[in-house]
Design a protein around this ligand. Sequence first.
Ligand SMILES: *[C@@H]1O[C@H](CO)[C@@H](O)[C@H](O)[C@H]1NC(C)=O
Ligand SMILES: *[C@@H]1O[C@H](CO)[C@@H](O)[C@H](O)[C@H]1NC(C)=O
Ligand SMILES: *[C@@H]1O[C@H](CO)[C@@H](O)[C@H](O)[C@H]1NC(C)=O
Ligand SMILES: *[C@@H]1O[C@H](CO)[C@@H](O)[C@H](O)[C@H]1NC(C)=O
Ligand SMILES: *[C@@H]1O[C@H](CO)[C@@H](O)[C@H](O)[C@H]1NC(C)=O
Ligand SMILES: *[C@@H]1O[C@H](CO)[C@@H](O)[C@H](O)[C@H]1NC(C)=O
Ligand SMILES: *[C@@H]1O[C@H](CO)[C@@H](O)[C@H](O)[C@H]1NC(C)=O
Ligand SMILES: *[C@@H]1O[C@H](CO)[C@@H](O)[C@H](O)[C@H]1NC(C)=O
Length: 763
Amino acid sequence: MKIFFKFLILISFLLLCINKINCLDGDGNPFRMIMLLSAGVNDLGFNNMMNQGRVGVAKDLNIEDSRLVIVDGLNETIALVEPILQNEDIDFIICSSQGHTAACKYFAQKYLNHPTIKTQFLIRGSGSTTANLIQFNYNFASANYMSGYFAGLYTKSKKIGFLSPGSMAKVNDSWVYAFWLGAKQINPSIEFYYYNIGAFLNPDASEAATNDLLDRGCDVIGNTLDDFSSGITIMSRGHRTIGTNGFPQKLIYGEKIIYSYAYNWTKLFLPITKSVKSGNTNNTNGYGDFNLDESKNFFNIEYSYGLDNLTLTKMNQQITYLKSNPRATHPYYCNDFLPAYAKKYNFTLSGVNKSCIDHSTFLKINEPFPGMTFLGIYNISLNEVKFSSSIQNGFSIVTGGLIAVTLIMMIGIIKFSKTSSIRSASPIFLNFILVGGIIVYIGIIVWVGPMSTSSCNARLWLVTLGFSTLIGSLVVKNFRIWLIFDNPELKSIKITNYQLFPWVGACLVINIILMSILTSVGDLKQIDAMNIDSLGKYEFMKVCKMNQAGASTLYTILAYFAALLLVGVFVSWKIRIVDIQEFNESGAIANTLYAISFCLFVIVPLMISPQDKQSETIILCTTGLFITTAALLIIFTPKFWRVFRKGSNESEINYGKKKSSSVATARAESGSKGSNSASGSKKTNRRGNIVSGDFTDDSESSIGNDEDKEIDNAANVTSGAVLAEFTDEASDIDNIELKDIEQHDQFEQSEQPNTTDIKSENN
Ligand SMILES: *[C@@H]1O[C@H](CO)[C@@H](O)[C@H](O)[C@H]1NC(C)=O
Ligand SMILES: *[C@@H]1O[C@H](CO)[C@@H](O)[C@H](O)[C@H]1NC(C)=O
Ligand SMILES: *[C@@H]1O[C@H](CO)[C@@H](O)[C@H](O)[C@H]1NC(C)=O
Ligand SMILES: *[C@@H]1O[C@H](CO)[C@@H](O)[C@H](O)[C@H]1NC(C)=O
Ligand SMILES: *[C@@H]1O[C@H](CO)[C@@H](O)[C@H](O)[C@H]1NC(C)=O
Ligand SMILES: *[C@@H]1O[C@H](CO)[C@@H](O)[C@H](O)[C@H]1NC(C)=O
Ligand SMILES: *[C@@H]1O[C@H](CO)[C@@H](O)[C@H](O)[C@H]1NC(C)=O
Ligand SMILES: *[C@@H]1O[C@H](CO)[C@@H](O)[C@H](O)[C@H]1NC(C)=O
């Protein structure tokens, strides 16, 4: 089509300017004409029709210099057009769109009676003319009335629909009323449904609204929109449609268009341009409507073949009626529905029988008449894109299983709390760690679960509190080992659980304070996010969002965890020398902390790089699961393994005996630094503490030679105290510490030969 029109322009220029004289205006200069369009001519709608009008005028009047300028908006139009006005001798500017009206009015006022710039302006409107300002309008009411009339004749389902821009596009629905009235005139039992689209051009909404109207059983749907998306939708569902956009849709869609009206702007612009070209400044406004005079008949109606004669006859009768009666008496201005409506909305009536309104009152009609069903502003329904439910279920089931395992481990800890392996590791702290793990697991289930403002908050609280408990307990445990085994004087330091709880508590309090800040100032809430990830235009996803302050607090929390981890890693590095299996959790703890630190190094870049929300959740939850589970497994598997290897009935005596000797070994090695470091047979640590021959986990490697046995004897005074430091029954120990030590001393003395037995047993 575009090519066709361009070709047409070209041909017309060639034809026109064969005779140059015809191209001159009254001054003897060539007549120059510009048409301002708000968009390109390929819209197959308003702008295309306007351009056809320009071409028709130029052809008819042999105007050589007739240009298109595509521009919209007041400032843009002034900026683009004013230099042309000032520098070129432009005779006539057609300001086709409402977007040009203000600018063209401004020009007309500025250059009225200007000595050199004699340009005349044609704008949309119906106000008064000046020497250089002409206004044009057309009878949109009669066009819509006739379309409705046709719809009433054509409908089989007796249900018709309509789409209008509505008040959001700053137009009232008087045109909808005109359409409804046309149908009502011919078919009083008609059902009528209409939507507001909210804009002249919103193909997505008009498409969806059209489908809705079709689903309601409407078989004819009109519109006052700029584009033909509604009609295309109807055709795509196998129906024929009407064209109400002023463009001869039949040219493109053929017989699928049963009815259409097209504007012929040539007929409107031709007389005005002729007048301007002749140098007349006594201007008259232009108006397009049905007209008995075919050269002034603005609307060009087309029907498809095969329409029954009755329909055509009635249409022609009605059009002839409109053509031959004064506009003020047309049905859309004068009818029996108006008195009641005017009374309700306080409209002024006029006419012989007081059943008429004038055009300005007509434009105020917005509320539906009885019999019109207004369906509201069409809102394209947004589809929520949910987190994949299989991933959700997968995470929940796995995490649920892990919670069950953790609970079993807690029971195991309680059940075997008397065994050396568990007891030396402080059952209370072990349970703290497990509780922390469970809290993290619950947090992960909440994390993948349904999104809401409370779950957004809950998941952060749970996960951070869980990690605080878990890591806090681990670090504090390590810290105790460090304090006991790595002090220069090698005094028997007694640290009870009650002294340690406040430190774990402090970790939690810091966490709670930070999270409280995040919750109170962070404005963490669930929102419906659109245009994220690869979501479609009308899809949204529920996501958690917080403000800048909340994000800063979250980073602070992460920094706090990082600090906690660094302290933990440092402490486990410090105590890696402790060479007693039961106490040497440093290895496990260190492994855990290394694993977490390593994970974070992988996770941070992953999270910083662009992620969609779903993969982000998967990465975070997998990391959380991995860290927690790895931590729990690394810490607890060796303990339970030892418990089961040695039998769960490891007795108090066995414990005491075994423990004492082991502790004694370590303590003795440390304790005898003065003499043994000199012998050179032992490695010494930084402070001169002698440690076992190598740094392996095999705590028994150094036990068994005679030297060690002697050391055992020398050191067993402190062994009980060291043991006591690690036991849970802090109060017992507080009370019976001395007695305890004495008991152990006795065991050491009496059971001394057993040490080798245990050793061989272990081998
Ligand atoms: C147009 O320009 C004027 C001043 O030149 C300015 O005040 C006004 O905001 C502008 N309007 C738009 C829509 O840009
Ligand atoms: C529009 O009107 C002009 C002038 O009357 C006429 O030459 C032309 O054929 C008309 N266009 C259509 C599509 O009817
Ligand atoms: C302008 O035109 C109107 C009718 O079109 C006519 O009545 C009037 O006399 C004219 N005025 C001048 C100054 O030509
Ligand atoms: C329709 O009406 C015209 C004249 O009114 C007549 O010539 C023509 O045969 C009719 N066509 C049909 C199909 O009835
Ligand atoms: C109706 O309109 C008239 C003026 O047109 C005004 O005086 C009157 O108060 C209005 N009545 C109501 C109910 O709005
Ligand atoms: C006014 O009403 C009378 C009686 O109802 C009717 O005869 C007459 O045609 C009406 N006039 C107009 C202009 O509608
Ligand atoms: C729409 O109608 C209201 C009154 O109902 C009126 O004030 C307003 O000017 C009308 N809008 C247009 C664009 O005509
Ligand atoms: C569409 O949304 C607007 C406000 O956003 C509301 O007023 C209107 O009722 C909604 N329309 C429908 C049909 O729900």
